[in-house]
Design a protein around this ligand. Sequence first.
Ligand code: ADP
Ligand code: MG
Length: 499
Amino acid sequence: MPEHLLEMQKIEKRFSGVHALKQVDFWLDRGEVRGLIGENGAGKSTLMKILGGDYHADKGEIFLDGKSVKIKDATAAAEFGISFIHQELSLFADLDIATNIFIQRLPQSGPVVLRKRMHEKTKELLETVGLSHYMPEQSVGSLQIGEQQLVEIARCLTMDTKILVLDEPTSSLTSKEVKILFELINRMRNNGVSVIFISHRLDELFEICDNITVMRDGEMIDTVCAAEVTQKELIYMMIGRELNEMYAGNRHAGREERLRVEHLTHKKRFRDISFSVCSGEIVGLYGLLGSGRSEIARSIYGLENFISGEVFIDGEKADIKSAAKAIRLGIGFVSEDRRREGLCLEHSVLDNLSVVCLGKLRKLLGYIDKRKENEMCRKNISDFHIAAERPRKAVKYLSGGNQQKVVIAKWLNINPKILIMDEPTRGVDIGAKKEIYGILSSLTALGIAVIVISSELNEVMSLCDRVLVLRKGMLVDEIKAEEMNKERLLSASMGGGEK
Ligand code: ADP
Ligand code: MG
């Protein structure tokens, strides 16, 4: 007979080809704050989405207050008192703060929405979550991501929440916002609410959680009392015993310095970052979401400003204030947001391939040499095995992997010295992933210096000659291929030293 507030028993879930949850048992007590950890892909979000009614388990049973329940959708979950703060935000950017908070239960008198009452309540809530400087009528889209997350929490406070699930909420929060969040969690705990907190930040987990549950490869590993476990033990549980695996880096790393940054400092996101990348070398920037890795890359490419520090290309100081300047200096950049920044989805494969090298294709009087453009595009398509029978068709019809190959090929057309790739294989299938790794390796044979940003451990370990580990905007470790292991990467990126 289940005696906990929540029990999930023998939960099974498969997605085509992926066994995401294997006979998972999970329990939760009243007023407990539970940490849930595991590497990317371990199954944390899937388990929680089953609890939230977004996914249905293939097998298994869920008990709430000892009663077997079926959670058929998100509305049903809300009725059971299960509230979510998702990894992806779920607010309506165009609507104002008050409407977002009360959207499911607008205070009404008959058909009339009681705006004044709603706004008064919203003001109180904004105060509670530390956003008293905003007005209820302001649109949510004008808030920072972290602030939007606090609005989501305000929304949860209006609901009759028994279980609150937070899926990696702190990656976009500032430390001040994290403090507010933790105060709110503590307050909820005191009111008997149970909280499930998914995070990669061990120091935060130790600060807020009573117990910590570890998942690995779709399996439940263990649940331990936070006060009785060390960071090291948790990492062992996350990665299993296969420590110190060796990975062969690539063989093309040269000694000629291509890129060097010195004391690069951003207003908010990172400080005092210095490193260099040589010709033919692949250097990884590894860190949790929000550790500053993307912002560093974007600063080098001129998309973000840094307040101090210097960038050198081939030993010469470079003053890069715009992406156009970066391209002229031979820097290519593959954004993590391929669909928004890397490609013009409505435009043809051909246009996308030639867009950054039109200068090279211009004839007298500025006309584009169509024949040359066609030739180049054909060559790209065959060199990279891009599955695009008709290059004039819009690029949006290609698969994720083929779109990514278009982005990479496009950059090679400017003969870059340096190529920066932010999450190069996000959202592409295994086959395309392998191909992209092959392409990267062939780029290094051409002497191109490559920077890879990735949150996948296996990816940085198998690709990089060297990995720079970032935590909270600071460079905390530098690991060479021969010294690389999961344990060191994880402790450097997650931990605040020994507990
Ligand atoms: P975590 O949250 O621990 O990073 P997830 O629960 O998101 O892990 O994913 C577990 C596994 O299930 C991964 O291999 C992931 O690729 C797969 N997966 C999750 N959601 C889907 C989906 N909607 N379709 C196919 N595969 C999925
Ligand atoms: Mg997840």
